[in-house]
Ligand binder design. Structure first.
Ligand code: HAM
Length: 427
């Protein structure tokens, strides 16, 4: 029987790990620069959390969740996203008792049953941040800046940032009403998928992929024209803050896109997406927004929040597309090559070297030539060659594989060889 990995999943092999190291390391570094602290939540949660949090009418809940009944009869779902889990954890662990806002980040696998294609898989990974407990526009600007800096620090170029405001619940009803009326007036010109979407979620017609709908959506009523009161002040203040970001980041730019709505129900006010300049929405690298209603929906005290999540698979595709450098994986400091009966002595030497923090691998029992080839393939810095004669004389041959690598005879004990390898600068 031949086992295959499930569709839409990937094996991340050692050769690909430098890319993963880069997206994780940069995420950690940037999150810490902005004062965000790591949180980890369970891979699975009560199904209800996502039905309520993400929204029953969303594609995620309707079609994409991995849900099952466990042996105790509870309905469980593999998390399709991180925000609902983080808010659940905030409520459950009383994080409202800490100084607000609480700034959190995570990097973890998420699960959605989607049709796999480039940049869209069923098990994917997100770097996400959530700033909870502060309603002010400065926090919106901070989260957007964090996303911008993450992409910039990865070295990714030509990314566009689009933002919009969905306003608050009050203005929204009027807006959706008018939007509905507008689309109903041209319903015959909409493709079937969008006619269906219009019945369920008129907002989602705005970000339709269908070309004929897009032309119609461009002329649709704009949510920013409907926002009033505090939501309007918030939006206007945010635009000023974003303009000010250009002082620190001369390349920073954004466009207001009134067709930007998000596929999750918890958003209000600010929403935003970062995507490569030449790609459809499949390529959205980072997406997020404000979700002030969410805590209340989940049964907590009303608490404002804003955050984003970036798809690590998509960021890595972009790193590769733009041919950006990653650190190559360093091989072991030493590969021990043994001949004749010296293999046991070689194994003991390898242990001794590892005990003194020199990374060491014992070459497989093969010909000298094959062992040397193995050392090269492992990208080793040095080989230590041990034969019967070396063991008898208490000396080993240490050969540097680095540039201009020389060969020396060194006393056959771990401390001397470790010292030699270190002073060679080849550790
Ligand atoms: P989302 O737009 O559903 O938002 O996902 C955020 C990002 O995750 C996407 O822009 C994309 O890069 C990546 N992503 C989503 N689905 C897939 C997939 N099937 N394959 C590969 N990558 C994918 C959220 O998840 C919200 N929780 C973001 C947020 C945090 N809003 C506020 N805080």
């Amino acid at each position: 029987m031949n086992f295959k990995r499930p569709r839409g999943t990937a094996d991340i092999l050692p050769d690909d790990q430098p890319y993963w190291g880069k997206v994780y390391d940069t995420a950690r570094k940037v999150a810490h620069q902005f004062g965000y602290r790591r949180i980890d939540t369970p891979t699975f949660e009560d199904t209800n959390l996502f039905e309520r949090g993400v929204g029953n009418e969303t594609d995620i809940v309707q079609k994409e969740m991995y849900s099952f009944e466990d042996h105790g009869g509870d309905m469980i779902t593999l998390r399709p996203e991180g925000t609902a889990s983080v808010c659940r954890a905030y409520i459950e662990n009383g994080l409202h008792n800490q100084p607000q806002p609480v700034r959190l980040y995570y990097a973890a696998a998420m699960y959605r049953y989607e049709r796999p294609q480039a940049g869209r898989v069923r098990q994917f990974h997100q770097f996400g941040v959530e700033a909870i407990g502060d309603p002010s526009p400065e926090v919106d600007a901070e989260v957007i800046e964090l996303g911008w800096k993450y992409i910039a620090d990865l070295g990714i170029k030509n990314v566009t940032l689009r933002i919009n405001s969905l306003g608050d619940a009050e203005g929204r009803a009027d807006y959706i009403n008018d939007l509905d009326k507008y689309f109903l007036g041209v319903v015959d010109q909409l493709p079937k998928v969008d006619q269906d979407r219009l019945k369920r979620a008129p907002l989602r017609v705005l970000d339709s992929k269908a070309r004929e709908t897009q032309a119609i959506a461009n002329a649709a009523p704009k949510s920013v024209d409907y926002i009033t009161g505090e939501a309007k002040e918030h939006w206007e203040a945010l635009l000023v803050l974003l303009d000010n970001l250009k002082q620190a980041y001369p390349d920073f730019s954004y466009t207001v896109d009134h067709r930007l709505v998000r596929g999750l129900d918890y958003y209000n006010r600010t929403v935003f997406e970062f995507e490569p300049a030449e790609s459809g929405s499949q390529g959205t690298l980072i997406a997020g927004g404000r979700y002030d209603p969410l805590m209340g929906i989940l049964g907590g005290q009303e608490t404002p929040g804003i955050g984003f999540a970036g798809g690590l698979e998509r960021l890595i595709l972009e790193l590769k597309k733009q041919e950006l450098p990653v650190n190559s994986t360093k091989g072991p400091d030493v590969v021990v090559v043994t001949l004749g009966d010296a293999r046991a002595a070689g194994a003991a030497l390898a242990s001794g070297l590892r005990a003194t923090e020199v990374s060491t691998v014992l070459a497989p029992k093969r010909s000298m030539k094959a062992q040397m080839r193995y050392a090269n393939q492992q990208n080793a810095s040095n080989v230590v060659i041990l034969g019967d004669r070396e063991v008898e004389n208490g000396v080993a041959s240490v050969k540097s594989l680095g540039e201009g690598g020389g060969q020396s005879e060194v006393a056959l004990d771990a401390a001397s060889i470790a010292e030699h390898v270190r002073s060679n600068g080849n550790q």
